[in-house]
Design a protein around this ligand. Structure first.
Ligand code: CO
Length: 208
């Protein structure tokens, strides 16, 4: 890939958009009103907008290594606050993916420098679900299950925030856990029982 090609491709993209709608960028500049906050992995193969088929303006996006939602991460917390309290999104999606390098790294014992505290979030998910995970003898199945459990636990972390709890009560905001399968291109809904999770965690984490 030649970095200069990016600018050429950008010009092509502009002309394609304008061919369909000559006020496309003018309208885009007026503001955004996304219905959805997507929290996913930075993996170059998991392109949020493309896999969901959404256009610019339709989804607010946050990506990091292994789609982690940590309450000490100022970036993720600011994104959630802005999307929920200002943009008033009605859906928050945490989307993981099979073959996630971050999850794989967390399954191995290795000193990965600055990545250690980040991957510890996923190692904590493993510890929380170690009884179930240790029963899985096939390494690939265990890896896939940890990807799913990581999505589930990051959804719980989203629900722990005061903004989300308030928006749930005020306008029925919902949190969804999805997994993208790179092998087939399919998006799977983990069907996390949001109301059930919320009831369980509210015993301890009720903020609003
Ligand atoms: Co990943």
């Amino acid at each position: 890939m030649d970095i200069k090609d990016v600018f050429e491709k950008n010009r092509t993209w502009i002309s394609e958009k304008l061919k369909v709608d000559d006020s496309y960028f003018e309208n885009l500049s007026k503001g955004q009103n996304p219905e959805l906050l997507y929290i996913g992995c930075s993996d170059s193969r998991v392109t949020a907008e493309e896999l969901m088929g959404v256009n610019p303006g339709e989804a607010f996006i946050h990506r990091n290594i292994a789609n982690v939602v940590s309450n000490l991460d100022l970036s993720a917390m600011s994104v959630i606050n802005y999307a929920v309290s200002h943009l008033k999104v009605n859906h928050i999606v945490v989307c993981g993916h099979y073959y996630c390098g971050g999850v794989k790294a967390a399954m191995q014992s290795a000193d990965l420098g600055i990545l250690n505290p980040w991957l510890r979030n996923i190692r904590d998910v493993y510890r929380l679900h170690r009884e179930e995970l240790n029963l899985i003898t096939d390494e690939e199945s265990k890896y896939k299950r940890l990807v799913e459990l990581n999505v589930q636990e990051q959804c719980v972390n989203v629900i722990k925030t005061a903004d989300v709890q308030l928006a749930y009560r005020e306008r029925g905001l919902t949190v969804h856990g999805w997994v993208f399968d790179i092998h087939s291109g399919k998006l799977h809904d983990l069907n996390i029982n949001f109301t059930e999770v919320l009831r369980e965690i509210m015993e301890i984490y009720r903020l609003k």
